[in-house]
Write a protein that binds this ligand. Sequence first.
Ligand SMILES: Cc1cc2nc3c(=O)[nH]c(=O)nc-3n(C[C@H](O)[C@H](O)[C@H](O)COP(=O)(O)OP(=O)(O)OC[C@H]3O[C@@H](n4cnc5c(N)ncnc54)[C@H](O)[C@@H]3O)c2cc1C
Length: 375
Amino acid sequence: MSNCAEVVIIGGGIIGCAAAYNLAKKGASVIVLEADDSIGNGGSSRNGGGVRQSGRDPRELPLAMYSVEHLWPVLSEELGVNVEYHKEGNLRLGKTEKHMEILQGLTDRATACGLDVKMISGEEVRAINPYLSEEVIGASWCPTDGHANPLIATLGYYKRARDLGVCFYTGEEVVQIQKVRGKARRVITKKNVYEGEKIIVAAGYESRKIVETVGIDIPMRKELIEALVTEAEPKMFPQMLGTADADFYGHQTDHGSFVFGGASGFESVNKDNGTNATSSITAPCICRGIMKYIPKLANAKIVRTWAGYEDLCADGIPVISPVEEVPGLILACAFTGHGFGISPVVGILLSQMALEEQTLLDMKEFRYDRFHAVI
Ligand SMILES: Cc1cc2nc3c(=O)[nH]c(=O)nc-3n(C[C@H](O)[C@H](O)[C@H](O)COP(=O)(O)OP(=O)(O)OC[C@H]3O[C@@H](n4cnc5c(N)ncnc54)[C@H](O)[C@@H]3O)c2cc1C
């Protein structure tokens, strides 16, 4: 197998795999380098599966709305695998007047951007989802939000990309990018050297260390968050749930299990030794939240918990951008805990950037140079 390609992608998460697939579809030669022994073992297989437009930063909304309108509904067909996509709404729940104020603010910002989302009363919430407790006094309701299966979607992109000729190398930890004649060209791993005319860095938080080797810094930090899955329950409801207080979010999967995520605030304090270890505090904390909102799940059995890192950008939205100072380098990181829902459109946009085509959406909000000091 060759060590040279038109595009070398660093990181085999859903962003790297979706970019690889879209590039290969256009006939480009692509190499994907993944540090782990398996594809998609970062945030991409650990996330809560939310395909959400509501609750997003308005700058990110066009990406989410485009994905929901045009890409998620046909993704299973496109990838040849059922990604378990459901577009049956998102309820963001409130129990106090303070919660309702938070929800109203989010709703106002989203409707101003053209999203169909509205505030509804507790009675209206229970008409949509009768399992929610009387403690819920209202919610924001976005009927076009939904959820999908992150592992199947990530591996779906991977498999289709491979079918189209993309070379994936696992166990290849990138340690450096080198310039040749002023352009990013060489990608050095612990074992090998690869070359590409364009280099896309989609390695989550680790992107920061990688691009530092060509003098670029992305202001982001990483944070560990946790999730859990229950035994299969009888079918209850199809909506994605979240709360104004962010104490949990989640949905019921096709299999019947519920996947819930959340944080106790103690993850990094207690356990962040650089591994994806769960803490003993967080799952009980998430469960206490869930039981108040969905009493029927009080006896549901948890079969597994896990943790994953988010790559949080200083200004709350990703960096998806070529870098003027380093021609040939394209950044795709700092997804700030929202990257799964927008991954289908990000894959297309990255392929357009790498092939120097006009991007289908205006990407100026996601540029790297937004961090330049204003003189
Ligand atoms: C618990 C949890 C819940 C979440 N819930 C949601 C949700 O409901 N909805 C939503 O939209 N988003 C959610 N997210 C965020 C979402 O998972 C991410 O934004 C998305 O997966 C980002 O994809 P990625 O490909 O950039 O990152 P990753 O999947 O992390 O992929 C990066 C890859 O780069 C590899 N890598 C790292 N360093 C190197 C190196 N030096 N060389 C080579 N490869 C390297 C890693 O091994 C990894 O495979 C959640 C995240 C977590 C952790």
